[in-house]
Design a protein. Structure first.
Length: 543
């Protein structure tokens, strides 16, 4: 067998090793971005990881080699070297794949039916194109490599047609069914953050006395709401709690029209998903759609600890109530339910509750971090509104358990406190987690996935959270190099001794297991941070 043929065969094998890994990564990215072209576009445009995909060294080398092929037409002497250059490229890329597998750094999507179909079709498509006779085999491989993301995108778009038809069918069925349950009290919850926790706490409190239904897990879209209605709504249910998420104007209005809430809770408004909404004003208007949908005899609840929801409270003319925790802040004038005398412990929080100046007494919340109180107060207010007694509210509150990946506590084999807050990452969540860490006397470590979809405010938001982290923490670690410049600038502005690193999940896990002990605390913030936590031997903290 001639040397050229051996190199060509070896290049093909290495190419397909890399191609499979590349297809899996792109599908993971699509899945994380919920198969939304706008979210994927923002990832590619605004994050360091996205820009690396398009303009990183590997991508530029491929483009350069592809251009070089056309140059060989005018300089035939280069043509003999060309296949070997392509071989070296895919030898390097396949080597990286093997290295990542051995070090457990390969990220894969959840293998749903949709993911499997797109993966198989895209690889089959590339395989068929691979068999086409071409003038130069090596350049054709590079072309197919760059073509793969477009094939995957096209297949996802194609599969969106039957998927949209299915969604529309389910949503219409859900709407028809809920219209038959007009006596069910529907409570809608929305906000940039805190809506999931508020839903869970409200459900626990009201379930103490009533038969309550809530939207499943993170099902806060029209299809998720409809599935909950179709599978679980029946004549025994008296209350239906609906979490509503949004990526664009009109999303909340549409879901509100679906379920017609009588009570609405607006938890908070911040820069979360600013890139998708386009402007902060649009975010404010979109979240307020829930309040606008309420009937004349409805009730609107606003978080007085968030300046943006406080502003919306002040401008609404509907029947309304304001809730607020006094921890490290001044309670706004006119608050209807207040948490005072807040005592923060490592595994729980105690406080006093007053509703319209009526003292309900001491409450204990078995969650870590004082910021959970503001997510609890709507439940206490609505419970009181529905004639639950003080004892019922207190006993129901003590039954609340931490939600997974939302300030969920673990301990390592060396008794290091590990806080899993990886469900999401936004500026307010970071600040709240850091505030909780202040009660620890040992070393404080903060692990952060740099925040996403913050739009034009992203650089300043990252600089600000870095200052907050550096003021309290000894070590600050990020899982990727997005906004590294701004994060370092924030740390330098504090003149603190906080050490900053960009580490892989494996290195983060090794450091925590080897270097920290029982006096120390680590907070993991954002989805990528979970991969570091997952590499640590740990046990749940029972409290």
């Amino acid at each position: 067998m001639m040397l050229n043929e051996i190199v060509a065969n070896a290049t093909s094998v290495l190419f397909f090793v890399f191609l499979i890994r590349n297809a899996v990564y792109w599908l993971y990215l699509w899945q994380v971005k919920e198969y939304r072209f706008d979210r994927l576009y923002i990832h590619l445009k605004e994050t360091g990881q996205g820009k690396t995909l398009l303009f990183g060294i590997e991508s530029l080398v491929k483009i350069g080699l592809f251009i070089l092929y056309f140059i060989t037409i005018f300089y035939p002497s280069l043509f003999t070297v060309y296949p070997y250059l392509v071989f070296l490229l895919y030898l390097y890329l396949a080597g990286k794949v093997v290295y990542d597998i051995l070090n457990k750094k390969i990220i894969i999507p959840v293998m749903t039916g949709k993911i499997i179909v797109v993966l198989v079709l895209s690889l089959v498509g590339i395989g068929l194109l691979y068999t086409i006779p071409v003038l130069d085999f090596s350049a054709w491989l590079i072309f197919l490599d760059k073509l793969l993301p477009f094939i995957i995108g096209f297949l996802i778009l194609l599969m969106g047609v039957p998927s949209d038809f299915y969604k529309d069918t389910v949503i219409n069925r859900g709407i028809k069914k809920i219209r038959k349950f007009r006596k069910v009290l529907v409570i809608g919850i929305t906000g940039s953050y805190g809506k999931g926790s508020t839903k869970e706490y409200l459900y626990t409190i009201l379930s103490y006395k009533f038969n309550v239904l809530k939207t499943y897990s993170t099902y806060n879209t029209p299809i998720g709401i409809s599935k909950t209605i179709l599978n679980s709504l029946d004549s025994k249910k008296k209350i239906f709690i609906v979490e509503m998420g949004a990526y664009k104007k009109g999303d909340i209005a549409y879901m509100s029209e679906m379920v017609k809430p009588k009570i609405g809770i607006l938890t908070a408004v911040n820069d979360q998903h600013l890139s998708l909404f386009g402007s902060f004003e649009t975010i404010m208007k979109t979240k307020y759609e829930l309040i606008e949908s309420l009937p004349k005899n409805g009730l609107a609840l606003f978080n007085g600890n968030n300046p943006n929801t406080l502003k919306l409270f002040q401008q609404t003319t509907k029947n309304k109530a304001l809730y607020s925790s006094s921890y490290n802040t001044v309670v706004p004038k006119g608050a209807n339910i207040i948490a005072t005398d807040v005592q923060v412990k490592k595994l729980y929080t105690e406080f006093t509750v007053k509703i319209k100046r009526r003292n309900l007494g001491k409450f204990r919340l078995n969650l870590i971090g004082p910021h959970h109180i503001e997510n609890l107060l709507p439940g206490l207010y609505i419970g009181d509104y529905l004639k639950m007694t003080k004892d019922e509210l207190q006993q129901a509150t003590e039954q609340i358990k931490p939600a997974y990946k939302t300030m969920y506590p673990y301990k390592s084999s060396k008794n290091v406190m590990l806080i899993d807050d990886t469900y999401n990452a936004n500026p307010d969540a970071v600040k709240a987690a850091v505030e909780y860490m202040k009660i620890f006397k040992g070393k404080k470590v903060f692990v952060l996935q740099p925040m996403i979809e913050l739009g034009k405010n992203a650089p300043e938001d990252h600089k600000e959270v870095a200052q907050v982290i550096a003021d309290t923490c000894d070590i600050f670690i990020t899982t990727n190099n997005n906004f590294e410049k701004e994060l370092r600038a924030g740390i330098e502005a504090t003149r603190s001794q906080c050490e900053f690193y960009v580490w892989s999940p494996g290195k983060i896990a090794s450091y925590i297991e080897l270097e920290l002990d029982g006096n120390d605390v680590v907070v993991f913030e954002g989805k990528e941070s979970f991969f570091a936590l997952d590499g640590i031997q740990r046990k749940e903290v029972i409290h």
